[in-house]
Design a protein around this ligand. Structure first.
Ligand code: GFB
Length: 322
């Protein structure tokens, strides 16, 4: 178990992107750390892709500790369809927030990346040192390049200025507050919604994208938030840290599990005109385990709570069809 190196108690903590799935999970989790204040700002108040507005707000609010889950995110099709947005928005957010936090003398910052930073055919499970050892997966290389730039910014400001800026690479996440728009969502919310609608319609089958054979690792957003708070307290170093569950399953197995949770008993139909993406991206959990953290929400339990959240919130969701 790693010794604490930083305390969040009594600190001014800013969660950049507090309305997103990870940001809102972080706000829920950080309330238990007795911060002096949890700073929040919406996109309409401060656009983090705007350097001056970002620097002005951070310079005025002077947070002590900053979590950076703010990002333009989406599933495989959104990444592939809007490469300029995914690259530009995420590069700007990373550069603006990290630079302004340096200028404002922020004590500690945690930047969030993604498991798609690793080479498409990286050895499994993927260790942190696999970064930049091979070509990226084409569907999400734009997002990946922006996230790699964020990691490198943290390392560069640490090396040149001694800033205690760290980064964490979460695996595919799901949970309350997820995006249920079938055009832009990740696979779990898409499957929950499709299974639910198939059940209501009395349909015989449900569609999944691609071959169903890719393997993915999933982590509940509340587990992710817990891991990020843990890292903020115990970790200080240039290397990024993987945040995952340590287990993966095929998309077909996931679809059957979701169908079981939702209560839809039908056939799976494959739309092979849609991309599979990376064949497998199971990350090594050795580094974070050695730092004393492990997940606590099994996938089936997490899917049940995600489905409940969907049922309670579906009237408010953007659920346009692809
Ligand atoms: O979650 P997902 O969109 O993202 O897709 P990635 C995971 C897998 O599920 C792919 C399949 O093989 C999809 O083809 N899939 C099956 C579906 N049915 C569906 C469906 O209805 N909707 C969706 N969305 N997928 C993302 C990256 O990659 O992972 C991001 O594009 C980010 O940059 C994120 O890194 C964590 O795992 O392929």
């Amino acid at each position: 178990m790693a010794e604490p190196v930083y305390s969040l108690e009594g600190k001014r903590i800013w969660v950049a992107g507090h309305r997103g799935m990870v940001g809102s999970a972080l706000v829920r989790r950080l309330e238990k750390e007795n911060p002096a204040v949890l700073l929040k700002v919406t996109r309409s108040e401060v656009d983090l892709t705007d350097p001056s507005a970002t620097a002005r707000w951070i310079g005025r609010e002077k947070p002590d500790a900053v979590f950076v889950p703010a990002a333009k995110v989406g599933g495989i099709l959104a990444n592939d369809t809007y490469p300029a947005d995914f690259l530009y928005d995420n590069l700007m957010i990373a550069a603006n927030v990290i630079h302004a936090c340096h200028m404002a003398g922020v004590e500690k910052l945690l930047f969030l990346g993604s498991s798609c930073i690793y080479p498409k055919f990286a050895d499994q499970p993927i260790v942190e040192d696999a970064l930049l050892n091979g070509a990226l997966e084409p569907t999400n290389e734009w997002y990946a390049i922006a996230k790699i730039a964020g990691i490198k910014l943290c390392q560069a400001y640490r090396k040149q200025h001694g800033d205690d800026f760290i980064s964490a690479m979460p695996t595919n996440l799901y949970g309350p507050g997820d995006n249920y728009n079938l055009e832009t969502s990740h696979v779990i919310p898409a499957l929950i919604r499709k299974a639910h609608e198939a059940k209501l319609a009395g349909a015989k089958n449900m569609e999944i994208w691609g071959s169903g054979t890719p393997r993915r690792e999933f982590l509940h957003a509340d587990d992710c938030a817990d891991a990020l708070v843990h890292l903020m307290k115990v970790y200080s170093g240039p290397g990024h840290v993987n945040v995952g569950s340590g287990e993966d399953i095929t998309i077909e197995e996931l679809a059957r599990l979701v169908m079981d949770v939702v209560g839809f008993d039908g056939e799976l139909v494959r739309d092979t005109s849609k991309p599979d993406g990376t064949p497998r991206k199971l990350m090594s959990a050795d580094r974070i385990r050695a730092l004393g953290w492990a997940p606590s929400i099994p996938l089936r339990d997490g899917l049940e709570t995600a489905y409940r959240w969907f049922l309670e919130n579906q009237s408010k969701l953007d659920t346009r069809r692809a």
